[in-house]
Design a protein around this ligand. Sequence first.
Ligand code: PLP
Length: 476
Amino acid sequence: MKPLGDMDKEEFRRVGHDLIDWIADYFDNIDELPVLAAVEPGDLKAKLPTSAPLQGESMESIVADLDRLIVPALTHWSHPSFFAYFATSTSAPGIFGELLSAAFDNKAMLWRTSPASTELEEVVLDWLRQMMGLDPGMLGIIYDTASVSSLHAIAAAREGVEKRIREEGMSGRSDLPLLRVYVSEQSHSSIEKAVITLGLGQRGLRKIPTDSEFRMDAGALAAAVDEDKRSGYLPFCVVATVGTTSTSSIDPVPEIVPICEEHAMWLHVDAAYAGSAAIVPELQHILAGCERADSLVTNPHKWLFTPFDLSVLYCRHMDLLKRAFSLVPEYLRTPEQEKVRSGSDYGIQLGRRFRALKLWMVMRYFGQEGLVARIQEHCRLARLFASWVDESPDWELMAPVPLGLVCFRVSQGAADLDALNESIMHGVNASGRALLSHTRLNDKLTLRLSIGNIRTTEKHVRQVWQLLNEQLQSLR
Ligand code: PLP
């Protein structure tokens, strides 16, 4: 048995240095790895012991298994030819931030349990707010994911309806009308999940149609709210999306704001993907109208080179968020509690990770200019790819390309174009040399190419275009 206590410090140094080398080699060679894990379901499980080792093992044997078992079962999100979903990536300063955060192992539940985490979070989120051009009335808080950020925003909105839901709940109440949240048909499923989780029920969510460019139809929203009010419902929240998941379309927030104000509805903006792009001066207009929103979520773990997970909720009514979630038992009371902010007052979790550290390191290392330049380059590459699609007789664009995402498909030459496009995607993905994903637009299977990885260059974009065309020729 190993002696009690932690790993000895010499071993820690040695293994630590080796592991940093291991990561550096991983990034050096990542281009050669298949982007999509070439494994079948159950492959990894079948190779792992069914119970934990009785005796401690050497780090060498653990690291050897990393190469032998874990890496082959990874889909490499850090691969420069990862173009699926929303392509995202970690970065070296972000990795160092994660490493340090694991060493400090702070649980930032109260200010005193981690003053550094609490105060750095406030400062870093204010930096980001300024970079995004959001107004100073928006205060930020970090959660793990946008799904959780939006859940908290809707919970705060619900607290704002003043129906004593925190105290009395929603079930068994004849005095409570049906509370409704409005989203576009293109909104992310996380909003519907939040509505379900908060006990509003799927009936409590109304999906508003979109226009020809997949943006919420503000006229249809106004009509839906009027109709619901006439039916005795209580419309209380609209979630607009800036950068929808399927196409990166941008809901017309300036048109949605007056509807929310007229009916005293909370406006939450889901800018999980696109929020980062607002740091680019020529793209700041994507957040037009958001200066009058009640809350907004953006994910630095999506397009700000920050390792998963780190999502930011900006909220104009921190008091309501606190009213919805704060519950301080005796054992958590502190003398300074009236003077400071404690993260656990603003959410479900008690303990909170020191996530601000990695964002701080990313923002300081790259600087605003460096972050802007990287996002600009991704947008340029997306426009370049879109121009090839546009000029080709075989392919067509399926949606505008405002940011780093291109939606496209083969437009002719087969009776079943959905099947052809799907086969092309599977062919590219099976090659291991690039990874794409898909969506369905106007009932047509559509391929999505998302550019957001810090390592992606024009070479990789040219390569996937060639792969797509090779697949097309082979299937014709
Ligand atoms: N909102 C939008 C617009 C998204 O595209 C996504 C994920 O891609 C989410 C929310 C959910 O993000 P998370 O994984 O951080 O919950």
